[in-house]
Every structure is written in structure tokens, then in C-alpha cells.
Design a protein around this ligand. Sequence first.
Ligand SMILES: [Zn+2]
Length: 267
Amino acid sequence: MRSLFLWAVALCYLFSCQSEQEESVIRQGEVPTAVLDQLNALGFNTIDIEVKKIETGYIVEGDILLTEDQIMHLSPGKLAPTEEHYHTDNLVTGLPRAVSVFVNMPQLYRDATDIALARYNAENLNLTFQRVGSSAGADIVISASPFFYFFFGILGSAGFPTANGDPFNEILLTRQFYDNVSNINGLATTIAHEIGHCIGFRHTDFMDRSFSCGGSPSNEGDGGVGANFIPGTPAGPDPGSWMLACGNTELDRPFTNNDQIALSFLY
Ligand SMILES: [Zn+2]
């Protein structure tokens, strides 16, 4: 991974794409202090996985895209979470509801998305998913991420549901990390994870992301977008949850019993 990164840096210097990057990407050190202060005040962990500024906003917690406006207008959540399955204040409404997903990527990604959607549909939720052949009217569009995601080691991104009760409408995946996966179920797990964010799931190793990411124990905080504990899910980290903060691109993590409890509680 590190050698790939250095290779990308070297290539960029070779081809003088530096100025283009400067227009669209700002390094961690250049994230405005006010934004970092606000993220810290809201309880986000900005240390274990650094905040990354991109042209559309900030990548927080590794894969969650928040705009500056969202960050600056969030208020600290009411509860200090101590357990594991959490959701945001905003959820998808208008249930029962069918969510349409368009995959604007190669066949591998369409196949993996079909596996991910089948997993959700097998849970008999009031939220069902179908893959559609056009972006017109699609609730969620899955596309390749822009080049600087790879440059900064961002595997992909999604966001949280809107205040109007719609799922977040865009999942971006960095093809350099996934094009050559040998286990399509690992890619399906990644897509199911990003869809999880789009419908309001936060990371399950909320209080201690070192559980899945390695490193020292740390508290992720509630991120100010509402960290609401889902009853019936246990204390302590859930080793196989599809909503762990960090994963492995090849590792299949189908829904655990606790994941299923959380899904059926919300939807
Ligand atoms: Zn995530």
C-alpha cells in the first residue's frame, strides 16, 4: 500500500499533475482550524484516521463524506454512546420503500452490488433494494471515485440520509483498490457497508475504532449527527459486523445476528 502510494506520488510529479491536485485537494494540515475544532468538539476522532479535505467536503472516519456546511451546523448529540450498533438522527422515511441503485461501473461492481442488495432483501425489511439500469431517478448511484481518492488512500465514500428522509445518493469506490479483488463477497461487503451509511448506520466500533483499525484505544464520539443506540444489540465490539470502521477488501462479512437485529429495528 505504501509503495503504491509513493509510486502514485512519483507519477504525479513526473506528469506535473501537482497544480491540478492543488485545485481540488487540500492536505490534512490545511483543513481549516475552525473545521477541525468543530469536528473535535462534536466528538469525531480526527487522530486515528485523519480528516481529508476534498473538493466536495471532508472525508471523516475514513469513508463518510460531510460538507463544511453540515459540519459547522451540527450540534453535539444528546447521548454519550457506550455500546455498539448506532444510527444517525436522520433515517430513510416513507416506509415501506424500494430504493433503486444504479451502478455506473464495470460488471464486477454490478455483480457485487447484486450480492449486497440480495443480503438486504433477504432480511425482509420495509426497505428493499433493486438495481436499475439508468441513473435517472435512481436513489443511489455507485461510481468510480476521482483520482485523488487513491492519491490519499481513500477506499470509498458515502454519506448519511438527508433531513428529508432520503438515502444519501452517492457511493464512490476507488477502483485501484477493488478492480483486482479475488473474493467478490469482500467487494459485496464493502458495498453493503457504504449502503449502510446511506441509510443511516454509523460505525459499530463506535467507542473504540482500534478494535477494527488497530492502534491505541480511542473514542470516536458521536460525531454530532446523532449516535442513537439500537436496543437489543450487545455491549462490546461485534467482531464480524458489516459496519466496522475498518475492513479488508477481500474479507466477507455477511450480516451477523446483531447486524440483523439492528437492521430490523430500524427498518
Ligand atoms: Zn464506513
